[in-house]
Design a protein around this ligand. Structure first.
Ligand SMILES: C[S@@+](CC[C@H](N)C(=O)[O-])C[C@H]1O[C@@H](n2cnc3c(N)ncnc32)[C@H](O)[C@@H]1O
Length: 253
């Protein structure tokens, strides 16, 4: 049995596995839903943060939006679905300085459990700098873990396995991925979701472990009030398009 590999490696040398493993969401459906509920006009300028392979950016680009994707990983840029001149490699939150102060966006996305990889002080600083990059009325769309039930019952640890997936790897080989377990851990007053993902390809047997800090809707609401100048709203949940997720919209006033 191989040792556990931190999920962060799936964003670097194993980026093709990330892209294969997480490409089965309905990105067009997700973006149509978000654009409609957040009322983002077509052709707007959108900043896709924590872009990974730019699954969402690609959909928007195809629909005529002006997209800039940003991620800390040059490996992700190498396999991204948007052209590399639209993809900035920079580490958040400070990396937003890589974007000129006068370049303003209509909307900014942080989708698929990306905030959980930042400390709360970094999330605060990120929201402050995004706010500066937005036009008045600009939107921030955040996807958060749906953890209301487990958090209401702190004795809960196991929250159910996500099952098995077949993965079509970029190399053309087929592999399997088993989402072995999903548990909640409580540490220093914070809750984390821990996922073990066991990936088998013809070449490798890899066990990834992901520890994701849970940010609740209330955490973001409190933060937005503290930062000021942001209107906070919950977007109606849509478990078919966004399983296990809650969606939050912040609008720059
Ligand atoms: C869970 S993936 C999400 C990717 C994509 N949004 C999706 O829907 O598949 C998280 C991504 O965030 C990036 N990331 C994590 N921490 C970051 C940071 N501090 N600054 C910039 N990117 C970061 C990782 O490199 C990775 O590509």
């Amino acid at each position: 049995m191989p040792g556990e590999i931190p999920i962060e490696k799936m964003w670097t040398e194993y980026a093709p596995i990330y892209r294969a493993l997480f490409s089965d969401r309905d990105f067009e459906g997700q973006m149509n839903y978000l654009v409609s509920v957040a009322d983002i006009s077509s052709g707007s300028r959108v900043l896709e943060l924590f872009a990974g392979p730019a699954f969402h950016g690609r959909v928007l680009l195809d629909q005529g939006f002006e997209v800039t994707s940003l991620d800390q990983s040059s490996w992700m840029r190498d396999i991204a679905l948007v052209p590399s001149d639209r993809y900035i490699v920079a580490k958040l939150p400070l990396g937003l300085n890589a974007i000129a102060a006068n370049e303003k966006f209509d909307a900014c996305l942080a989708l698929f459990f990306s905030l959980p990889f930042l400390e709360d002080i970094e999330v605060e600083s990120l929201i402050r700098v995004i706010k500066e990059q937005l036009k008045p009325g600009g939107r921030i769309l955040l996807e958060l873990h749906e953890m209301r039930a487990p958090l209401a019952h702190p004795e809960t640890t196991e929250i159910g396995s996500l099952g098995r997936k077949h993965v079509g790897l970029i190399s053309g080989h087929l592999g399997t991925a088993v989402f072995e377990s999903q548990v909640v851990e409580h540490k220093n007053g914070y809750a984390y979701v821990v996922n073990i993902i066991d990936v088998n390809t013809v070449h490798d047997h890899l066990r990834f472990v992901s520890r994701e800090r849970v940010y609740t809707v209330q955490d973001i609401e409190t933060l937005a009030a503290h930062i000021g100048g942001l209107r906070f709203e919950c977007i109606p949940t849509n478990p078919e398009l966004f399983p296990d997720a809650l969606l939050v919209l912040l609008t720059k006033m």
